[in-house]
Design a protein around this ligand. Sequence first.
Ligand code: SF4
Ligand code: SF4
Length: 414
Amino acid sequence: MIEQELPLAAAARTGRGIFDQELLDRCISCGFCLPACPTYKLTGDEASSPRGRITLMRALNDGSLPADDPTLREQSSFCLGCRACEPVCPAGVQYGQLLEQWRVQQWQGPHRPPLARLLTLAAGRRWALRLMGLVRGAAHRRPRRAVAGPAIPRQAAASQVAAPDVPSPAAPAASSQVTPAGAGQAVPAGAEPAGSGPDQLMLGCFERGLFPKVSRAAAGLAPDLAVPTDQGCCGALHAHNGDLAGGERLARELGEALPGRIVTTSGGCAAHLAGVLGRDRVVELSQYLTGTSFGEVRVDGRRARVALQDSCHLRNGLGVYREPRELLRQVADYVELPDAGSCCGAAGTYALLRPKDSRKVLDPKLDQIEAAGIDYLIVVNPGCQRQLIGGLHRRRSKVRVLHIAELLAMADQG
Ligand code: SF4
Ligand code: SF4
């Protein structure tokens, strides 16, 4: 079936018509993006840099490279899609959109990795999501008592969420400066303004199966949120894996199912939804909770030491990085990791499709985490959570990985 092309996918194209030509033309080949790119850091090869990949895209688009050229296939796959090249770009190149368009062409038909095909098929099926919801149990409101009348203050609600076990402290710490923020995201043409209904908590597709405590904690922290359980996938997985039209369709369907502002615990979903529905429709949880008072998290009689791993798309796509740090400084002693803003190698399906490359990106980060003397590593995206839990587990590290919703839910437990 031919999908109807949606606005982001239907940009003006020339040459072979693979890319939005205006996006492609913006690159001035200055190379400012090279030091920010994790795959360029790994190889030192221009073809593995943002500038090199844009040169490949241009060659593909104007026909000077055959569509089945192996370098095209390799580089469109090797790229993490982390968008670290965007905030440092003086010309405003929206590389993430170019990569999505590239993968539509490179990963069409039999060329789409089978695992990516399987995951996008599962995430696009409501029955599969319902099954995951059954596996994890209902997210909404289980941790706190039902109340009549005015909404419970967020701080009070937080105290009713069960706290995970507290591990022993790790060794003394290292610290560093926060890196500058990423660029904001433009509101797409035709985006609908937020409706007047209650704010809605998005449960995520794989998050609800993998990390059920996250949405449960978020619902407890923000009792004024509506939590509809019959939600589909936001389509980020599809858009990043060669099905851009499907990704946009699913985002719009979710926007209709969750009218009003959508509050999400996933940085990757937030950026994709904001790109399709408009920035004012989407709020990441730490943004939503900004200004809320919390107590503190203690470990062995002292304030806990915590660090943050940014979500690439939240930081580089939406420019959100201060908010989670401010919340963490409120509840614990915050340690800034030297590369907190760089990719952990999870990158959606990347860790599954290219596990060796994913580990090469992850390993230096694990070294930094272990050297920082922290009790908890905090994440704002389920893919990062899975990746870092796995990496630290393999090293038998004492550092525990939690989503920010889980840590904040512990903050008033005393
Ligand atoms: S993507 Fe931006 S920073 Fe990188 S070479 Fe092109 S214009 Fe320069
Ligand atoms: S998205 Fe990330 S890995 Fe890909 S070119 Fe940009 S910085 Fe490099």
